[in-house]
Ligand binder design. Structure first.
Ligand code: NAD
Ligand code: WQD
Length: 348
């Protein structure tokens, strides 16, 4: 029997990382996880055990500490792949604290690359973002669409991060894949794991579910005078389990030796641009819950419309989205109800 290949998932107790760990385990990988807990707690590890039967070795470390982080590789010198999710991701906070973002996101990246090369890791997958395109003049965007100025220091950490990886691994035996996610949303279909950040969420779908359950009184649609079909912004919402799958496929692509260049890049969105008002309508229709929202002014820094051309991921990785916007809404709602119940029980 084949030995299971070992993969280190950084930021693995976070939203996308925890869902990806489930997909990796279900596709036969052995996972090691590191997270410093700055935006998550360790509860996803228990849920992963519940769903997969596997207890994932966990390192509660800050990747900005190179020496401490080396212990992971001392204990697991056979790590073949790294999926690097660990980063701070609050766009607004990055505008207020740019150095915090440059320091955390870039220092952790440089450290993990240092260790990856030192321990002869084969494949490196990076969480990039559609934010690297800035205010793209038209959609769908392809991987060749030229970058515009990043709208925030957070976005710039992703642009710089892509350059750091490309330059660093160019002449090494390690190969890399940069995945540019569009708007991840939804939760595992079980409804017992989902997005549960320590910092209050700013993203549309968790704001919707938090409003629907009553944790927020009301939500605001940011801008209704954009040049779009209904005046609100258009985005490409991708189910978190579809996104998780893209990571497993990307890793397999590298391990199978299918990539003939040092570093490659893929858009991961479903190519279906939906407006804020359409998302709200989809939530209401899917759940039967009426949402208390008002129409408000634009949010600074928002781009009008962006969605993906994902044909490259389809062609080379064999990736196809399996979930619809309805699945996003039903799973996000199932998870919101479940976690609210958990929180209420813990207060009793
Ligand atoms: P998340 O905050 O839920 O997960 C990130 C995890 O990284 C957190 O658990 C946090 O505690 C950890 N972390 C941060 N700095 C660390 C450090 N120095 N050392 C160790 N752990 C650290 O966010 P997410 O939504 O799961 O995002 C994962 C990745 O995907 C991030 O790189 C993010 O920038 C990127 N991304 C996210 C989105 C999105 O909308 N969610 C879109 C595009 C790209
Ligand atoms: C989506 C739409 C808002 C909240 C962000 C990052 C991007 C990437 C994905 C990491 C926008 C509108 C939102 C609300 C609203 N992340 N909205 N009321 O801004 O597209 O992308 O996450 O890389 O870099 O910028 O996502 O979910 O914040 O907003 O009307 O209360 O929903 O204006 O049009 P965004 P979002």
């Amino acid at each position: 029997m084949d030995m299971k290949q070992k993969v280190l998932v950084t930021g693995g107790t976070g939203y996308i990382g925890s869902h990806t760990i489930i997909d990796l385990i279900q596709h036969g990988y052995e996972v090691v996880c590191v997270d410093n807990g700055s935006n998550s707690d360790t509860s996803p590890l228990q849920t992963i055990k519940q769903l997969t039967g596997v207890e994932v070795p966990f390192y509660p470390l800050d990747l900005c500490d190179l020496d401490a982080s080396e212990q992971i590789f001392v204990d697991h010198p056979d790590i073949r792949g790294i999926i690097h999710f660990a980063a701070l991701k609050a766009v607004g906070e990055s505008v207020e604290k740019p150095l915090l973002y440059f320091k955390n996101n870039l220092e952790s990246l440089m450290n993990i690359l240092t260790l990856a090369l030192r321990y002869k890791v084969k494949g490196f997958i990076f969480s990039s973002s559609c934010t690297v395109y800035g205010d793209a003049p038209e959609s769908p965007v392809t991987e060749q669409t030229p970058w515009q100025e990043a709208a925030s220091p957070y976005g710039r950490t992703k642009q710089i991060g892509e350059h750091i990886i490309t330059d660093t691994i160019k002449d090494s035996a390690m190969q890399g894949i940069l995945l540019r996610y569009f708007n991840p949303a939804g939760a595992h279909p079980s409804g017992i794991i989902g997005e549960s950040p320590i910092n209050p969420p700013q993203n549309l779908v968790p704001v919707i579910t938090e409003t629907a359950i009553g944790r927020r009184d009301q939500m605001t649609v940011f801008g209704t005078d954009y040049p779009t079909r209904d005046g609100s912004c258009i985005r490409d919402y991708i189910h978190v389990m579809d996104l998780a799958r893209a990571h497993t496929l990307a890793l397999q692509y590298l391990f199978d030796g299918k990539q003939n260049q040092s570093c490659d890049v893929f858009n991961v969105g479903i190519g279906n641009g939906l407006s804020v008002l359409e998302i709200i309508a989809a939530f209401e229709k899917e759940t039967g819950v009426k949402l208390n929202y008002k129409l408000g002014p634009r949010r600074p820094g928002d781009v009008v419309a962006i969605y993906a051309d994902y044909s490259r991921a389809a062609q080379l990785l064999g990736w196809q989205p399996q979930f619809t916007v309805r699945d996003i809404m039903s799973s996000a709602w199932k998870w919101e109800q479940y976690r609210t119940q958990l929180m209420e029980n813990s207060l009793k």
